[in-house]
Design a protein around this ligand. Structure first.
Ligand SMILES: C[S@@+](CC[C@H](N)C(=O)[O-])C[C@H]1O[C@@H](n2cnc3c(N)ncnc32)[C@H](O)[C@@H]1O
Length: 215
């Protein structure tokens, strides 16, 4: 058996992969978000949500179902995403690390939002510290967008990898939220180093990050 075919077989045996196919979700990751929402109820009907790293759209489907017709979700990814059949969903193709990121998101969604989500991941190199560091960089970019766009009292969920920079990142996020939790939903693969940082109750910030001022 080639390495590739053993990977395909493993994936077919995976219960969340099968469930995602059965229920029509575009990713198995949809179940991680469902589990976090069920435990922490941090997205509500009618909420406006920005979702970073949205392709192929599994989380977007879950958010659209959660917020309902009176809510809205703007999915952002560097890769184009094929449209979803919900009126409350919009997509924009955008690199979050680019200088235009904040302005483009604000042009699409001028008002403050209730929730910022980020499931962004870098291309995995296989070198632990490098991948961890790139992931923390994306998580910092997500935090900057959260600081710019969240209403006071809003919530933030962001993917991180375990590693040496995680504590510093957590300290940064803790300054801006009433409560911060580290969450590992049951649908996470056992072999994965990923966790989610959940910030509940945005407190606001005294200083806007330099690169993210709205002009
Ligand atoms: C694990 S996938 C997200 C899966 C998604 N939550 C779902 O359920 O369908 C991570 C995504 O992050 C995106 N990404 C990585 N770096 C990015 C960046 N700098 N700007 C925007 N998106 C980025 C990737 O293109 C990829 O689609």
């Amino acid at each position: 058996m080639t390495k590739n075919s053993s990977w395909i077989r493993k994936r077919q045996r995976d219960q969340y992969f099968r469930l995602a196919k059965e229920k029509g979700y575009r990713s198995r990751a949809a179940f991680k978000l469902k589990q976090i929402i069920r435990s922490y109820k941090f997205i509500a009907r009618g909420d406006r949500v920005i979702e970073l790293g949205a392709a192929p759209g599994g989380w977007t489907q879950v958010v659209a179902e959660t917020v309902g017709n009176n809510g809205y979700v703007l999915g952002v990814d560097v890769q184009p995403i094929s449209p979803l059949d919900y009126p409350q969903v919009g997509f924009v193709t955008l690199d979050i690390a680019s200088e235009l990121a904040a302005k483009t998101i604000t042009d699409k969604l001028p008002a403050k939002v209730d929730v910022v989500l980020s499931d962004m991941s870098p291309n995995i190199s296989g070198t632990w510290e490098l991948d961890h560091s790139r992931q923390i960089h994306l998580a910092r970019k997500s935090f900057e967008i959260a600081q710019l766009k969240l209403r006071i009292g809003g919530n933030f969920l962001v993917k991180v990898f375990q590693g040496s920079e995680l504590d510093t990142y957590l300290q940064e996020v803790r300054t801006s939220f009433r409560t911060v939790r580290l969450v590992r939903p049951p649908a996470t693969r056992a072999s994965s180093a990923e966790l989610y940082v959940l910030g509940l109750g945005y407190l606001g910030m005294s200083e806007m990050p330099q690169n993210y001022r709205e002009s």
